[in-house]
Design a protein around this ligand. Structure first.
Ligand code: TXD
Length: 320
């Protein structure tokens, strides 16, 4: 394995080489998006995974460098840092149950990564997502447009999948929108969920829409219950990859992203998922959808649940 990357090229560090991290590294390299540095605390695992991915290069026809390491010095000059380090849920656990353990991990990871990539864009994946994004923002000292969380893309992808399965149409023809916090109070928006532009509210009954929303809300838990050890990782890796791609290629895609709101949607000082334009600066702008009163109440309720844990986040930050 080469220990250094010879030429300056686009570089993404993925911290945590578990299920999500390793699947993401594979997507980034095989889509030829960036050189990848895979970092973990476990010695040998990221190095082994990197070697394995390198040995697939000839078959997958790319020449991306992939480094596995336990040393943050190897992550220097990353354009994007993705944080997947931390524990996943076990059956019966809520995402909030992971707060203290993962909070300490995400804090430590951010502080080390920022030293070597002081101007990187950070994407947080670790749960509980909204709170972990808050920690990375504060601990990094970065401007808010450079720190974001991945959840809405995944929740929307799940809704999109269930709608496509229900209607028996191509998933590619469905555009789904899910806002809010990454948890049971997420806010799927049927009015903004369309089949080639036609809102699903015109194509299925209220009961059917509610059933699909319920499955979307419990989409992560359904997989945790089936897998028993570990949680979803293929769709989370794809969802993170699409965000990285929009940033690195300056595609300016509109994606639901967890960000810090400063008055948009009547919300302030809270991290929650809303549609954002993602480009080379990170979050280029936050889009304000025209929501009904009921949709707005649901978004505020979702944000309130995040806010209720903000004292625990602040305590964690203060203790560091
Ligand atoms: O929508 C979303 N945001 C999510 C979030 C979708 C899927 C998974 N989600 C969360 O991501 C999940 O609840 C976890 O909190 C993280 C990572 O999930 P993953 O399934 O990848 O967990 P693994 O396989 O247990 O991998 C975690 C890795 C593992 O290799 C640990 O050794 C490593 O994290 N780890 C660390 N790496 C670096 N530094 C530190 N301190 C560290 N601690 C653990």
């Amino acid at each position: 394995t080469p220990s250094t990357i010879a030429c300056a090229s686009t570089r993404v560090t993925v911290v945590g080489s578990g299920n999500v991290g390793s699947a993401l590294a594979q997507r980034l390299a095989e889509k030829n998006l960036a050189d990848v540095v895979l970092l973990d605390v476990v010695e040998g695992r990221p190095q082994g995974l990197a070697l394995d991915l390198l040995q697939a290069r000839g078959i997958e026809r790319h020449d991306r460098q992939i480094i596995g390491t336990n040393d943050y010095a190897d992550t220097a000059h990353s354009d994007v840092v993705v944080i997947t380090a931390g524990l996943p849920r076990k059956p019966g656990m809520s995402r909030d149950d992971l707060m203290l353990t993962n909070g300490k991990i995400v804090l430590a990871v951010t502080k080390q990564a920022i030293v070597h990539s002081p101007n990187a864009i950070f994407i947080v994946v670790t749960n509980p997502l909204d709170q972990m994004t808050h920690i990375t923002w504060k601990a990094s000292g970065l401007p808010i447009h450079q720190v974001m969380g991945m959840a809405g893309v995944l929740d929307s992808a799940r809704f999109q999948t269930f709608v496509a399965m229900e209607l028996g149409v191509s998933t590619s023809d469905i555009h789904a929108t899910v806002l809010g916090s990454h948890g049971d109070l997420m806010v799927p928006l049927p009015r903004y969920t369309t089949v080639n532009g036609i809102p699903i509210t015109e194509l299925m009954s209220v009961e059917t829409v509610e059933r699909l929303i319920d499955r979307t809300r419990k989409g992560g838990a359904e997989i945790v219950d089936l897998m028993k050890t570990g949680s979803a990782f293929y769709a989370p890796a794809s969802s993170t990859c699409v965000m990285v791609e929009s940033i690195l290629l300056n595609k300016c895609r509109i994606l639901p992203v967890t960000t810090y709101l400063e008055g948009q949607y009547g919300l302030r000082d809270v991290f929650v998922g809303v549609p954002c334009r993602l480009g080379c600066q990170g979050i280029e702008s936050v889009l304000e959808l025209d929501l009904t009163d009921a949709e707005l109440v649901a978004l505020h309720t979702s944000a309130e649940a995040v806010r209720q844990t903000s004292d625990r986040v602040e305590a964690l930050l203060a203790s560091s």
